[in-house]
Design a protein around this ligand. Sequence first.
Ligand code: TEU
Ligand code: CA
Length: 578
Amino acid sequence: DLDREWWKEAVVYQIYPRSFNDSNGDGVGDIRGVIEKVPYLDDLGVDVVWLCPVYDSPNADNGYDIRDYHAIMDEMGTMDDWEELLAEVHDRDMRLIMDMVLNHTSDEHEWFLKSKDADSEYGDYYYWMDGHDDNEHPPNNWTSIFGGKAWKFDEERGQFYLHVFDEKQPDLNWRNEDVREDVYEMLHWWLQKGIDGFRLDVINLISKTEGLPDGEPNPGWVGWEHVINGPRVHEYIREMYDDVFSEYDIMTVGEMPGCGVTDAQQYCGEDGDGINMIVHFEHADIPYKPGGKWDLEDVDVELDDLDDLTDPDTVFNDWNLDELRDVLTRWQIGLEGEGWNANYLGNHDHPRTVSRFGDAGAYRKKSAKMLATLQFTLQGTPFIYQGEEIGMTNVEWNSFDELRDVEAIQQTEELMERHDADFEDVRHVVKHRSRDNARTPVQWSDADNAGFTTGEPWIKVNPNYEEINVEDDRADDDSIWQYYQELIDLRSGNDVLVYGDYHLLYEDHPEIYAYLRTIDEHGVLVVLNCFAHETTFSLPHHLDAPDPELLISNYDDAGDDPEEFDLRPFEARVYRIS
Ligand code: TEU
Ligand code: CA
C-alpha cells in the first residue's frame, strides 16, 4: 500500500510572473504572458504550476504585500485573464496552485487602514503596541528580516505596529478569531474557483510568543525565536485545515523558515496539522552562519581583501557535501511515512541553483544536470524554479541602482554602512546573496531582452542570454532542457522513484553522494559526483546487481555496469539494479 496521492507523483514548476514573460511590452511579466507559455510547460512535462502572487498589491515586495486578496494586480492583468489561465492549465491536464500570503498584508489593505482606528472592528487585526519612554523606543528589540527595526510608529493610531518583513507588510494578529474567519472565508473563495491548492508563505510565522518579549541579541534577525514555530501555530494551521483545506482535493505546501524535521512531522499529514509538504530552509541556508546571509562574519574574509582573491566566488559558495548530504538525509528519513518532502534547490528567494551548488562556468551543463538528477531522484515532489531548466546563472550587479529587491536594497545599504564601504566594495556579496539573481527575466531566446519583453525590462536581463536561452536549449539534443524532460518522464509512473524508500550509501564519501531507492524487490541506485574532479565508485559489498540497466546519465557514454566505475566531473548515473 503506497498511499498514493496525485501531489506526490506531480512535478511542480514555479512561476515568478513579473520575470516570466511580458505580453504587452510594458517590461513587466504578466498573466497573459504565462498563458502564452502554457504549451511550453506542457511540452516540458510538468504537472503543477505554482504561481507567485498576482493579487492587487503596491509591490513593496513584488506582490508578497497584498492589498486586496480578491483582485488581480493591474500590471498582471485582469480576473478574466486569470480565469483564462486556469482554464488553459486545466485543459492540458495540469493543475494550478496559488501563492497565498497570510502572515501579513500590505499596509494599504483596507483591514490595516481601518485598524488605525483602535475602536473600529479592525482595531485588533494587527500587532499594535505602545512603545517605551513615551514612544521614543519600539515595544521590543526585534528586527525585520529585511533589515532595520521590526516596528513602525503610526502617527494616526499613536502606536507601533509589528512588521517582521518590510514596513509595508504589517503582521496580521492571528490571535484574533475575526482575522482567522476572514482569512478562511477568503481561502474558500479562491478554492471555489477551482484551483488545486496553495503554497502558503511563511505560514509557520503566524503565532508569536505571548507578550512579545525581547529576542536574544544576534548580528542578524533579532526576535526570530519568538516568531518561528510559535506557541499556537499548530492550533491555527490545524483549524485552517479543518475549516478549509480538508473540504477539497488539493495540494498544500507550507513555506517554513526555521522548520526542522521534528516540527515538520507535526505540520504534515492528517495526524498532524494537515499540510502536505514543507519548503524548509536547512539546505538553502547551509553556508550562512547565525548572523544570516548578509553578515560577513560568515565568509571569514575581510571586505578589503575580497578583490585580491583570485576567485572571490568560491568564498561565498563554501557549502560542503557532508552538510548537504546530512540535511537531505535527515529529511528523507525523518519524513518517511510521516510526511512528504518538497524538493527544491532554488527559488525566487535564493541565488541561482547552478551558481550556488554547481559550477556556473566550464561545467555549467554537467553540474546543472547532476543537480537536477539529485532533485528528481530523492523521495518527494520536485519543484523546478523558472529558468532552472536551462541552467540560468547569477549575474554581476554593477551598481546599486540595478538592484530591485527590497531585501537586497536594504541589506546592501546596511552592509555598506557597517563597513563604511561603497557599492564597488560589496558587489561580490551582492552577487551571491541578492534575491535579484533569481529574478532576472527568463531567457527565452537570443532576441533583444532575451525575448522576455519588447519594452524596457523592469530588472536587468542577464547578459549571458545569447548563450543561455530556451530556444537554443530546445533545439539541442544534449541540453539541460532535454535532460529535464527526460528526468520528468523517467520519474512519472515510476513507483520506485516516487515512493521508494531512501537508503544512503557511503555516508562520508568526500566527493560522491550515492543512495538507493527501494520498494520490495525493486531497487534504483543513484550516484552523483558533486565536484569537478574525478573519482571512483564501487558498489558496496552487501549489494549486487545481477541484471542492471542504466536509466539516465549526464554523460552519453556511461556504461551499463554499476559494480565499479570512474566518475568524471559532475557525473550523474542512475541504475535500476533489481
Ligand atoms: O519568504 C520568506 C523568507 O523567510 C524569505 O524572506 C527569506 O528568509 C529571505 O529571502 C532570506 O533572505 C517568503 C517569500 O518567498 C519571499 O519572497 C517574501 O519576501 C517573504 O516571504 C515575505 O512575504
Ligand atoms: Ca506586461
